[in-house]
Design a protein around this ligand. Structure first.
Ligand code: PMT
Length: 399
C-alpha cells in the first residue's frame, strides 16, 4: 500500500471513535499521504485538535480556529485540494447533513463543496444506525456515489451490542487505498458467489436452517466487484444488506440453490461457495401448520439434500476455478481436505467456527486456504481483508 503524495482530507465528527482516527492519521502519514484534518466542535470534546495537528503535521481546522494563512483562499480550499475526503467517525448527524446539503460548519461546508470521492466510516449507537432516517440517508448517499466502510458489529461504547462500531483504522486505510489505487485485476471475469443459509421448510411457519449472516459471502462479492469482476451473488437467508452493484439471485432451500447453480455456475470463470447449506431437509413439507400433539414427542424424518458443490465440481468447465468453504468444529484441515477432493475444488477455505472472532455472524474470520499443493493459515482479520486474500490466491491459481 502506497499513498505517497496523496492528499487526504479527514473529517472527524463527535463520537468516542474519534480516538481511533488519530491512529488512522498516523497510518496514512506512514504510507506517505498528506493529511488535513477538519474537526467539528463536538469532535474537539473527545480528542484535542493538538493530537491531530501533531500527527498530521498540519494545522487542524475547527470552527473555533481561524483558517490558517497558508490556505490563502476561502473556506472551500480543502474541498479542492482533496484527492479523497474521508469522514471518520461519521455520526448520524453528519450523514443527515450531507443528505440534506446543510452547510453550517467547516466540515459540512467543505464536504458539500468537494468533488473528490467521499468515504464515510459511520460510528454510532445501534438504534441510531438502524433508524429508518439514518438508513434512508445512507441509501441516498450511496446512490450519489458516497462510499461507506463499516460500521462493524460488536460491543459499543454505550454498552449496547450490535452494528455501529467504526471500522478499525487498518480497514479504513484499505478502503482508502482501494478507492485511490483501484485494483482491476478481476476485470473481464465473471464471478458467482453463494452466501447465507438455506432454509428447509417443515410447514408454512417452520423451517430448519444453518447459521450464517451472509457477511463472508458478501465480503467476497464486494471485493470481487471492486476489483472489476462481474459479480452474481446467490443468497439464501442473510442478516445484512446485499452490496450494491451486484446481480442478486434469491433462493430459500438447498434444492433451489442447486437449480440455480447447475444453471449459472458453468457460465462463470470463478465459483465461490460460501453459503451454509443444510445437508438435510424434512422428508415431507406440510402445506398447513403442523398442530401440536399435547404430550407427544415430535419425530422428524430428514432426507439428504443434493451436494451442490459436488454437482458443480462434476460440471467443472475448462479454465474455471472452483472454491468452497468448510465450516468445521474439529479436525478442521483433515475434514476440509476431504471436501476439497470429493467436490473437485481448486481451493477450500477452512474456518473453525468455534474459534473466537471466526465463523458465523462476526465481521472477522480466521481461515486456512487449502489447495492440492499445500495450505496457508491466515490470521484473524476482517472478512473483507480475507476476501481480498482469497481472490489473490484464486488469481495465482489461474496463472
Ligand atoms: O455468513 P457468515 O455469518 O459470514 O459465516 C460465514 C460462514 C461460516 C458460513 C462461511 O465462512 C462458511 O464456512 N461457509 C460454508 C458453510 C458450510 O456449509 O460448510 P460445509 O463444510 O457444510 O460445506 C462445505 C462446502 O460444500 C461449502 O462450500 C458449502 O457451500 C457446500 N455444500 C454443503 C452442503 C451441501 N449440501 N451442498 C453444498 O454445496
Amino acid at each position: 500500500m502506497d499513498l505517497t503524495g496523496r492528499k487526504i482530507v479527514l473529517g472527524v465528527t463527535g463520537g468516542i471513535a474519534a480516538y481511533k482516527s488519530a491512529v488512522l492519521v498516523s497510518r496514512l502519514r506512514h504510507l506517505g499521504a498528506e493529511v488535513h484534518v477538519i474537526m467539528t466542535k463536538n469532535a474537539t470534546e473527545f480528542v484535542s485538535p493538538l493530537t491531530f495537528q501533531t500527527l498530521s503535521s498540519n494545522q487542524v481546522v475547527t470552527d473555533t480556529f481561524q483558517a490558517p494563512e497558508y490556505w490563502n483562499v476561502e473556506h472551500v480550499a480543502l474541498a479542492k485540494l482533496a484527492d479523497i475526503f474521508v469522514i471518520a467517525p461519521a455520526t448520524a448527524n453528519i450523514l443527515a447533513k450531507m443528505t440534506a446539503g446543510i452547510a453550517d460548519d467547516m466540515l459540512s461546508t467543505t464536504v458539500l463543496a468537494t468533488k473528490a470521492p467521499i468515504l464515510a466510516a459511520p460510528a454510532m449507537n445501534t438504534g441510531m444506525w438502524t433508524a429508518d432516517a439514518t438508513q434512508a440517508n445512507v441509501t441516498i448517499l450511496k446512490e450519489r456515489g458516497v462510499h461507506f466502510v463499516g460500521p462493524d458489529s460488536g460491543m459499543l461504547a454505550c454498552g449496547d451490542e450490535g452494528a455501529g462500531r467504526m471500522s478499525e483504522p487498518e480497514t479504513i486505510v484499505g478502503a482508502i487505498c482501494d478507492l485511490l489505487n483501484p485494483r482491476r485485476d478481476l476485470a473481464g471475469l465473471k464471478v458467482i458467489i453463494t452466501a447465507g443459509a438455506t432454509r428447509e421448510r417443515l410447514d408454512p411457519v417452520r423451517f430448519i436452517t444453518n447459521d450464517s449472516s451472509g457477511k463472508m459471502g458478501f465480503a467476497l462479492a464486494e471485493a470481487a466487484r471492486d476489483r472489476g469482476a462481474e459479480v452474481t451473488a446467490v443468497c439464501g437467508s442473510v442478516s445484512v444488506p446485499v452490496p450494491e452493484g451486484i446481480r442478486t439471485i434469491r433462493i430459500e432451500s438447498a434444492r433451489e440453490l442447486y437449480d440455480v447453480m447447475i444453471r449459472e455456475a458453468p457460465q462463470h470463470d470463478i465459483v465461490i461457495q460460501a453459503a451454509a447449506v443444510c445437508d438435510y431437509r424434512p422428508a415431507e413439507t406440510q402445506s398447513t401448520k403442523i398442530k401440536k400433539a399435547e404430550g407427544q414427542p415430535m419425530i422428524l424424518t430428514l432426507t439428504e439434500n443434493p451436494d451442490i458443490a459436488r454437482a458443480v465440481g462434476e460440471l467443472k468447465q475448462k479454465g474455471q476455478t472452483l472454491v468452497g468453504f468448510a465450516a468445521e468444529t474439529d479436525h478442521v484441515q483433515k475434514n476440509a481436505k476431504e471436501k476439497l477432493k470429493k467436490k473437485n475444488l481448486d481451493m477450500i477455505v477452512a474456518n473453525d467456527v468455534t474459534a473466537p472472532g471466526a465463523g458465523f455472524n462476526v465481521d472477522t474470520n480466521i481461515a486456512t486456504l487449502i489447495t492440492k499443493n499445500g495450505s496457508e493459515t491466515q490470521p484473524l482479520q476482517t472478512k473483507r481483508q480475507l476476501a481480498d486474500v482469497i481472490l489473490d490466491r484464486i488469481l495465482d491459481l489461474r496463472k
